[in-house]
Design a protein around this ligand. Structure first.
Ligand code: GAR
Length: 198
């Protein structure tokens, strides 16, 4: 085996719920050299994402809302060498000190075509219900950098899916989740690869 001097990039995934995106990302990077999911963080002690982390033998941490702003938490992530924070269904607002500690290094996925159906209170099923109520002919997902305003950071990638009149909010959620699982790992990989090339 040839030794490589390319430094490894480390991802922390933050999730509040099921964690299907988190698991897709974990599986993807388990096959990629130099990029590693090093930690899973949740604000809910009963979130299913923690079981998924356990299954993949990954370190996991349960935090409170207050922890997110503390020097100790931020320092802990830095000392583990975390280069990128990936939000995957993480429902707490990321506080300013945390954003400043990870400039342009926090990404989020949102289950609509932002700027439509974004902002405070718009998450998960609520988004799909609003899309359904508006008789939208298409929906999709957005991957964006995180800034201090909900769902307003620079958009990195969007993908669309057509809807038809038979699509219930649950069916819309299912269609959008397929897009999320297809694209989130590769958008993360592209971002990290661009940075390591700089
Ligand atoms: C995903 O659809 C994600 O886009 C959404 O939560 C779901 C998490 O699913 N995020 C938001 O609504 C954030 N505003 P998962 O836990 O199965 O990955």
């Amino acid at each position: 085996m040839v030794a490589s001097n390319k430094a490894s990039q480390k991802i922390a995934i933050f999730a509040s719920g099921s964690g299907s995106n988190a698991e897709t990302i974990i599986q993807h990077f388990s096959r990629v050299p130099h990029i590693e999911v090093a930690l899973v963080v949740s604000n809910k002690s009963d979130a299913y994402v923690l079981e998924r982390a356990n299954k993949h033998e990954l370190p996991a941490l349960v935090i409170s809302k207050e922890d997110l702003s503390t020097e100790a938490f931020i320092h802990g992530l830095k000392s583990k060498g975390i280069n990128l924070v990936v939000l995957a269904g993480f429902l707490l607002k990321i506080p300013v000190p945390f954003i400043q500690a990870f400039p342009n290094s926090i990404v989020n996925i949102h289950p609509s075509l932002l700027p439509k159906y974004g902002g405070p209170g718009m998450y998960g099923r609520r988004v799909h219900q609003a899309v359904f109520n508006a008789y939208e002919k298409e929906s999709g997902m957005t991957i964006h950098l995180v800034n201090e305003h909900y769902d307003e950071g620079r958009i990195l990638f969007q993908a669309k899916v057509e809807l038809d009149h038979r699509d219930t909010p649950d069916k819309i959620a299912e269609k959008v989740l397929v897009l999320e699982h297809t694209h989130y790992p590769t958008v993360i990989a592209d971002l990290l690869n661009e940075r390591s090339a700089d």
